[in-house]
Every structure is written in structure tokens, then in C-alpha cells.
Ligand binder design. Structure first.
Ligand code: BES
Ligand code: ZN
Length: 944
């Protein structure tokens, strides 16, 4: 059963005594602060700097290891923090704090290692902490303390040993900087009614809790947290649990908010917020203006149903007594699942029906669903170490669609996983530089190695293989095993094989479900080896075979696999419209008689795209599928139509099938009205655009696409009476129609934008079409349009609207405007730090902006690295975006040069992305050699 946590009576008394001492200290601190603000500031500036010991490379001391020893285990913390939202005498924003942690000694030791980073610790009698024994135990005296910067520890060496089974109390006082660095305890600034406002907020995942207070900062080191925040009257303090007391400190303009004890939880899920935000019930918090404008209403409406859904799905009630969600003006990731106080970027939580698009609404419902899914999977049960991050993030990325679908049943949200997870995972997992989902515990140590785990493989491949698992087990068996797993490990931590074990138990208890191997054996092949198979079906013989799919056919795979790059593949399939029994491919190749079909039948495998693999067929079957698509495409499920396109294009890129066969899968699009197949087609064609938009193929390709999209454009023009009711596929119709020059399209968008410029308070452009319209108008215009867009961007009070403008500003074709825009990304007054790298990415996706962005990133790599810190996770996106278009030998040599030139600075979380960029560029160069001519000929003949 769950290892529930309780505090024994005498410990509780000890805790209360210590809490009382802490209280006195904090009041003393308050008085000091109030009376002598400047002195306090001086204290911060003069605070003893801790001696830093350089790490000898070969050292084997415990403080040189990134992982904590297993000698101590924290039970609970009392933390009081006081952020100052005004500058001190040195022009700095700071916070002060006191913290105590009660820990149990598990193994005899004379050493305490506790994480602490960028904190200035007060020195008591020559040491940076005080140690007390509890329940009559005498603690050994402290011999020496120092700060180990590389591994971010406060090291405390003792004169004697701590005793196993005994509890101790470690106390520290500290000050820290409340910087605008988006990590740990930090500050965010925004304007309201012409006034600059400052709030104090946190982001602890993965390794930043140690920047807010000294703590055992590993996910498996769960404890109970008693948190107190001191803040100005008129501001509100929030944390993971409910506030139990608000004490106004007499004679001072400050309040002390005391929060109830949290559940037993990991440090990375801790959160504090001090702001003057306001809320609507179930509590969605945001800037006052945003709440007044009712931008929180949509999130509020969907939160309850999503929580309800997950309670049912996990068969476990919501583990906490409150649920707050808050939208923050500066936030590094999209959202963060702090337990009971989930934090979001404004675009991921706030929705304004007058200006936000359907896409923005979909983003909100999926992000909210993702983070709420973590309240159980991730927070109640936590992976022991970051090497299993894929399980946490992959799981949430899979079930986010289930929760979103429950809240918005008419949107077919579940179908979208194939675009946003499966296909994005395929794109990186088909490179030799990919890596297995699951890493060994000892391979992931430093903060930058941990950051690098937050990648497409963990999120998207994780989601896709878990979806496959759920589908071959059936959703009810999957959910049953899951719920038992959650019950077993509640308030504790686990590793991925624990989940397999509980799913296997559910299988064993369900009559009628037969697996060829155990869950463990099947899943190991998907998580312990990188990549995925292409399954080839020869319908002439019924032969089914598998091969590791690689984009570069001659690539050499260095990484060995104990499974020889073979998988156990569950294949759902249909024969000429009729669903067949699922079969398993368990060898390299096997005959499956039912897959041998006659000349007028066809086979479609990976039905509903539930499996993580690509499919290829004999030519005859491809032809029959193509003619089915052209005669009546609806016999084939929507997601399979999208997957046929994506498989065909990628098989062609890997030189497995002919490129003209892939191009022919786009012919049926004349009849297609659904969003998902169009989006899949567009992505693949976009890839072609980027390969060819500097060559003569471009014109022919434009002409062909124009022909294909015209019926869609005209169809929507009529059914939606001049674009007033708009769906997702409209957006595609409009953007593709404008970019290929369908008559009437550019005129339409330009006239809408002109009208807006003439009367800025009245923007009549439909929210769904704004991104496309803004981008096209700014691309066609000059400085006047750009400056207007920039003004509107600066004035925007809805974050989603600001993003549309920020990305449209990158569409201009004028180089000096693009260069100036790049410069703006270095100025946080113009472009928020959280938005800088994505803005560079937008610029790089513009054909004219690409070389400018690349030069800019190369020239400033050192600067970015320092600005964001080596542990930041943003570098991979940045490298991917600026190198996305590369396809020439010259560009390849530049990439390699960049890699060499910055070898010393390093690439942090972008290391893999750089490797991937080199590999992708190499593959494109080779592919272009043999395929440019047939592509040109095909487009010429089809557009004639
Ligand atoms: N735990 C992550 C947030 C995070 C990401 C923290 C990277 C530290 C580093 C959160 O659950 C998450 O995955 N957020 C996503 C949004 C989600 C809908 C995919 C994000 O931030 O993009
Ligand atoms: Zn997540």
C-alpha cells in the first residue's frame, strides 16, 4: 500500500518549537527590514562569499558527484521567504529566507550534502548552517562548511558521525537575488494602466529549487513542505497548499501568509507567487486586466471537466484540497505542473474570444489537460530520477489528448496526436544521432544533461509508444493497471519497469487478452533501442517484414542494440475497407496469409495510426490505395490519409520508394476537406518548398499547389459566406492559396489589413485568419506595414494576439527590418526574454531572414550561452530553427565550422540538435543529387 507519511508526536512538538523559533527570527528580520532597509541591503552586498573549491577532474569525493549519497533522507522542511519587490540600495532585487529541514540519517556518515545555488548563506560561528539533533539526540559539531560550485552543494563536514535511524534539523538563513532570469525564485515585470508592476514567481524544474532555498534537490527525495511567505499588504501570496493563516505584522506594511503542510512531494514541484493578481473561481489567476476582460473564463470552464475526467481515468481522486492555475507574463516553458499551483505562459491559459483563434483555444485545452494529468502521473507518483523523464512527459503528452477530448468532444482532438507527436517523433528518430527513450540512471547527471532530456523523443516518442501500448492492451486494461500503479506508489517514486509490472498484472487478470510476450519484453524493444521500423507488406505473397527506418539509407549506426534493431510490432489493419484481426510481427520477416490479396483488393496497415512505425507496400498495393483515394477517399480513415502522405514522402526521402509515387499521394487533395491530411501534406510540401525555393523547381511547384488548393479555397469561400465562420482547414486554404497566388487571395488579405491600418481600434479580421493575414500583408508591405504591426504588438493586451503579430513581423522581405528585429531580441524591453529565441526562429523560417538569423546566432552564441545559462533547455529549439533550411554542401561546411568554433563554449541542451542538423543536411544534399530532376519534371507535367 501507499507509503503514507506521518509525523510522530514528539517530532511534531519539536517541529512546532522550531517553527516558533523560526517565527521569532522572521519577525526580527521583518523589524530589521522595516527600520533599516538600507542596512539590510548592505548585509546582502557584504554577505560572506563562500569559498569555492575547484573540482579536480579525477576527484572521487562525494561532493564531486552530481547525485546525492543515500545516507540522508529529508522528511519535512519549514521554509520562510520574503521577496522584495523594490530595488535595494545597490539597485538589486533580492529575497531573504530562512529554512530548516528535518532529515533522517539512513547510513552512518560525517558528511551532509545539500543543494544550494547562488544563495548567500549567513555564517553562524564560522559555519553556513546550524545542526541540531532531535528527540534528545546530540548532533555532532560542524567541522567545516563550504560551497561546491560545480555540483551546486553546500558541503558540511562534521566532527563526529550522524547515527542511523536518528533525526536531525539543519537550519540556514540566506539571501538570494530576485533576478529576471526565469529560473528558481525570480521576478517578472509588466505594465498595467501605465504603471510598472513587479511580481515574484518560481520555476523549479528541473534543478532550480536549490536557487530558492537549500534542499535535497532530487525528484526521489520527497518531503513535506511547510511554507510561509512574507509580502506587502495588498499583494497575495500563493503556494502549493492552501493558506491557513494571514498575519498582519503590526506596525509594518507587510503580511505573513502561512500555508498548510503540503503532501509528500518532490522539490521540483514547489511553487511560490507574490503578486497583486486577481482570480475567478476554482481559481484561475492572472493580471487584473486580463481577468476583467474575462480572458480566464475558458480555462475555468474546462478545468472542472478535465479534473473529473482524470479522476475517472486514474480511478483516484484529485490528491490535493485546492487547485490554482496562474498565467504569468514571463515564463520560460509553456507551463509547469507545480502541485496545486500550476503556472502557465499567458498564451497557454488566457483566451479572448474576440481576438484569439481556434488554434489558441486548442492549445489551452491541451496544455491545461497536460498539466492536470501530471497532478497524478508525475506529482503523486514521481519518477525516481530524470533518466525516466520520458515516462513522466510522454505519459502526460499522451493523455493530454484524452482529457482535451473529454472537455471538447466535437474537436477530434485525439486524431491530432499523429501530427504533433507521432510525426514529429519520427522526424528525429529516423536519424542515426537519435537515442533510446530510456537512459541509464548513471548517464544523466549534470543540470545540462537533465535539461537535454526535455526533448522530442521524451515527449513525442514517449506519447506515441504509450498510445500504442494502451491500444494493444485496450484502454480499459491500460487504465486498470495504471490505477493500481498509482495506488501502490502514491506519494512515492518509481521507475518505468514498475509501470510495466502493474500493467502486466492487469493483463493477467483479464481473460481474453493475449499477448505474444510480456509487457516488459514488448516494451523494452521500443524504449531501450532508438528508432522504429518500417514494415513492408507484399500483398502478392503475404510477406511482412521489418527494417530499422533511417532517413539516410547508407548511414552507419554506431549505437549497438541488444535487440538488433528489431521490434515486436502490433499491426492493426484493414482490407478494402473491412477491419481485420490485429496481428503481431515478431520476427524480421514472416508470411501472414491474410495479407495476400487479389488484384482488386487493397491492404491498409497501421489502422488509425495506433502503432509507432511506418508502412510500405508492393507497388501494386500502392497503386490500388492511390486509386481508392482518388475515387472515394472517405473509405480510408482521416488519420490514415494523413499517414499515407507522411509515410510516402519519408520513404521517398529515404530512397525506399520513388519520389513521384510520394508526389502522387497529393493528387487526391483536390477532394480533401479535412484539416489533418492537409496539414500533413503541407508539412511535407513545406520541406520541398525549403529545398527548392531557391531553384527553378519552385515555379512549377507553386503552379501545381495552386491548382490543388483552389477548390478548397473556393469551397470555403462559399460555405462560410466570405470567411465569417472559420475552421482549421480554412486557415490552410487561405495561407496556401495566398502563398501560391490563387486569384483573389492576396487582394483579400491586403484589403483586410489596410482597413485595420486606417482604423486601428477596430480590427475586423477574423481571429482565425489573423496570423495568415498579418504575415501576408507584412510580407507584401514595407516599413509602414511593419511599424504598424510593431505598434500593435506593443499595445496588445492579449498574449495570443501579441504572438500572432510577433511572428508576422518576421515575414517581411526587407533585410534591414529583419536585422533590426533580430537586434530587438537582445533587448528585453522590446522582446521579452521568454520570447527571444522563438522570435529568432520565426525570422529563420523566412527565406530572406534565414541567413541573417544564422549569422546572428553564430556571432552571438557565447552571449546566448551566458545569458540563458548552460542548464537552459532552449538551445535545441534555437539550433533546429536556424538550420532548418540547410541543404547545400556550403551550408554543411558552415555547420561543421560552427561546431568546431564553439567546441569550448559548448552547446548545452543543443548538443543533440546540432548533431541532428548535420545529419539532416547531409541527407538532404545526397537526396537532392538524384531527385531534383524527376521532381521538376513531375511538377511541370502536373501543372501544365
Ligand atoms: N514539466 C514541463 C515544463 C518544463 C519543461 C519544465 C522544460 C522544465 C523544462 C511541463 O509539464 C510541460 O511539459 N510543458 C510543456 C507544455 C505541454 C503541453 C507539452 C511546455 O512547457 O512546452
Ligand atoms: Zn509535462
Amino acid at each position: 500500500m501507499g507509503k503514507g507519511y506521518y509525523i510522530s508526536k514528539h517530532l511534531a512538538t519539536a517541529a512546532m518549537v522550531l517553527a516558533a523559533i523560526a517565527l521569532v527570527t522572521i519577525i526580527a528580520l521583518s523589524v530589521v527590514y522595516n527600520r533599516e532597509k538600507s542596512k539590510n541591503a548592505a548585509k546582502f552586498s557584504k554577505a560572506t562569499t563562500l569559498p569555492v573549491f575547484p573540482t579536480p577532474k579525477t576527484s572521487n569525493e562525494p561532493w564531486d558527484k552530481y547525485r546525492l549519497p543515500d545516507t540522508l533522507s529529508p522528511q519535512y522542511y519549514n521554509v520562510t521567504l520574503w521577496p522584495r519587490l523594490v530595488k535595494n540600495a545597490n539597485g538589486m532585487y533580492i529575497f531573504t529566507g530562512i529554512s530548516g529541514v528535518m532529515f533522517t540519517c539512513e547510513k552512518k556518515t560525517d558528511l551532509i550534502l545539500i543543494h544550494s545555488n547562488k544563495l548567500n548563506l549567513t555564517v553562524f560561528k564560522g559555519h553556513h548552517a546550524k545542526l541540531t539533533g532531535l528527540s534528545g539526540v546530540t548532533a555532532p559539531a560542524i567541522k567545516t562548511t563550504w560551497f561546491q560550485s560545480e555540483t551546486q552543494y553546500l558541503v558540511i563536514q562534521l566532527e563526529g558521525k550522524l547515527k542511523p535511524g536518528k533525526d536531525y534539523w539543519l537550519y540556514t538563513e540566506f539571501t538570494g537575488e530576485l533576478a529576471d532570469d526565469l529560473e528558481g525564485f525570480y521576478r517578472s515585470e509588466y505594465m498595467e494602466n501605465g504603471e510598472k508592476k513587479i511580481i515574484a514567481i518560481t520555476q523549479m524544474q528541473a534543478t532550480y529549487a536549490r536557487k530558492a532555498f537549500p534542499c535535497f534537490d532530487e525528484p526521489g527525495m520527497k518531503a513535506v513542505f511547510h511554507i510561509t511567505l512574507i509580502h506587502d499588504r495588498g499583494t497575495t501570496a500563493l503556494s502549493n497548499s492552501q493558506e491557513i493563516k494571514n498575519v498582519i505584522i503590526d506596525g509594518m506594511a507587510i503580511t505573513r501568509t502561512i500555508f498548510g503542510p503540503t503532501k509528500r512531494m518532490s522539490t521540483y514541484l514547489i511553487a511560490f507567487v507574490v503578486s497583486d493578481f486577481t482570480y475567478i473561481d476554482v481559481r484561475i489567476w492572472a493580471r487584473k486586466k486580463a481577468i476583467e476582460d474575462r480572458q480566464g473564463d475558458y480555462a475555468l470552464n474546462i478545468t472542472q471537466p478535465i479534473l473529473e475526467f482524470f479522476e475517472k481515468y486514474y480511478n483516484t481522486s484529485y490528491p490535493l484540497s485546492k487547485s490554482d492555475q496562474i498565467a504569468l507574463p514571463d515564463f520560460n516553458s509553456g507551463a509547469m505542473e507545480n502541485w496545486g499551483l500550476v503556472a502557465y505562459r499567458e498564451t497557454a491559459l488566457l483566451y479572448d474570444p474576440r481576438t484569439s483563434a481556434n488554434g489558441n483555444k486548442q492549445r489551452i485545452v491541451t496544455v491545461v489537460s497536460h498539466e492536470l494529468a501530471h497532478m497524478w502521473f508525475g506529482n503523486l507518483v514521481t519518477v525516481k530520477w530524470w533518466n525516466d523523464l520520458w515516462l513522466n512527459e510522454g505519459f502526460a503528452s499522451y493523455v493530454e489528448y484524452l482529457g482535451a477530448d473529454y472537455a471538447e468532444p466535437t474537436w477530434n482532438m485525439k486524431d491530432q496526436t499523429i501530427l504533433y507527436d507521432l510525426q514529429s517523433a519520427f522526424a528525429v528518430d529516423s536519424l542515426t544521432s537519435s537515442h533510446p527513450l530510456s537512459r541509464k540512471e548513471e548517464e544523466v547527471n549534470t543540470p545540462s544533461e537533465i535539461s537535454e532530456m526535455f526533448n522530442t523523443i521524451s515527449y513525442s516518442k514517449g506519447a506515441a509508444v504509450l498510445k500504442m501500448l494502451s491500444e494493444f492492451l485496450t484502454e480499459s486494461v491500460f487504465a486498470k493497471g495504471l490505477s493500481n500503479y498509482l495506488k501502490q506508489f502514491a506519494f512515492g517514486s518509481s521507475v518505468h519497469s514498475d509501470l510495466w509490472e502493474y500493467l502486466q498484472k492487469a493483463v493477467d487478470q483479464t481473460p481474453g487478452i493475449k499477448l505474444p510476450y510480456s509487457v516488459h519484453e514488448i516494451m523494452n524493444r521500443w524504449i531501450l533501442q532508438m528508432g522504429f521500423p518500417v514494415v513492408t507488406i507484399d500483398t502478392r505473397t503475404g510477406n511482412v517484414s521489418q527494417k530499422h527506418f533511417l532517413l539516410e539509407p547508407e548511414a552507419v549506426v554506431d549505437r549497438k542494440s541488444e535487440f538488433n534493431y528489431e521490434w515486436f510490432v502490433p499491426i492493426k489493419w484493414m482490407k478494402k475497407g473491412q477491419v481485420q484481426d490485429q496481428l503481431w510481427l515478431l520476427q524480421k520477416s514472416a508470411i501472414h496469409k491474410p495479407m495476400k490479396v487479389s488484384k482488386n483488393e487493397w491492404v491498409l496497415a497501421n489502422l488509425h495510426v495506433s502503432g509507432y512505425f511506418r508502412v510500405n507496400y508492393d507497388l501494386g498495393n500502392w497503386e490500388r490505395l492511390l486509386s481508392q483515394l482518388e475515387s472515394n477517399h472517405q473509405v480510408i480513415p482521416v488519420v490514415n490519409r494523413a499517414q499515407i502522405l507522411d509515410d510516402a514522402f519519408n520513404l521517398a526521402r529515404a530512397s525506399i520508394i520513388n519520389i513521384t509515387l510520394a508526389l502522387r499521394t497529393t493528387k487526391y487533395l483536390l477532394h480533401e476537406r479535412e484539416y489533418i491530411p492537409w496539414e500533413a501534406a503541407l508539412r511535407n510540401l513545406n520541406y520541398f518548398f525549403q529545398l527548392f525555393d531557391r531553384s527553378e523547381v519552385y515555379g512549377a511547384m507553386q503552379a501545381y499547389l495552386k491548382k490543388q488548393v483552389k477548390p478548397l479555397f473556393e469551397y470555403f469561400g462559399t460555405i462560410s459566406s466570405n470567411w465569417t465562420t472559420i475552421f482549421m482547414s480554412h486557415i490552410i486554404a487561405l495561407s496556401l492559396a495566398c502563398s501560391t497566388g490563387v486569384e483573389g487571395c492576396r487582394e483579400l488579405t491586403r484589403s483586410w489589413f489596410k482597413k485595420w491600418m486606417q482604423n486601428p481600434p477596430n480590427n475586423a479580421i477574423h481571429p482565425n485568419l489573423r496570423s495568415t493575414v498579418y504575415c501576408n500583408a507584412i510580407a507584401a508591405g514595407g516599413a509602414e506595414e511593419w511599424n504598424f504591426g510593431w505598434q500593435m504588438f506593443q499595445k496588445a493586451t492579449v498574449a495570443a494576439e501579441a504572438v500572432k503579430l510577433r511572428s508576422a513581423l518576421a515575414c517581411t522581405k526587407v533585410p534591414w527590418l529583419l536585422n533590426r528585429y533580430l537586434e530587438y531580441t537582445m533587448n528585453p524591453e522590446k522582446i521579452r526574454k521568454q520570447d527571444a529565441t522563438s522570435t529568432i526562429g520565426y525570422i529563420a523560417s523566412n527565406i530572406i531572414g534565414q541567413p541573417l538569423a544564422w549569422d546572428f546566432v553564430r556571432a552571438n552564441w557565447d552571449y546566448f550561452f551566458k545569458l540563458y545559462g548552460t542548464g537552459s533547455f532552449i538551445f535545441s529549439g534555437l539550433i533546429r530553427d536556424v538550420t532548418y533550411r540547410f541543404c547545400t554542401p556550403f551550408e554543411l561546411s558552415q555547420l561543421k565550422r560552427f561546431q568546431k568554433d564553439n567546441a569550448e563554449t559548448g552547446f548545452g541542451s543543443g548538443t543533440q540538435a546540432l548533431q541532428q542538423a548535420i545529419e539532416k543536411t547531409t541527407a538532404k544534399i545526397k537526396w537532392l543529387e538524384g531527385n531534383k530532376e524527376p521532381v521538376l519534371q513531375w511538377f511541370l507535367s502536373e501543372s501544365a
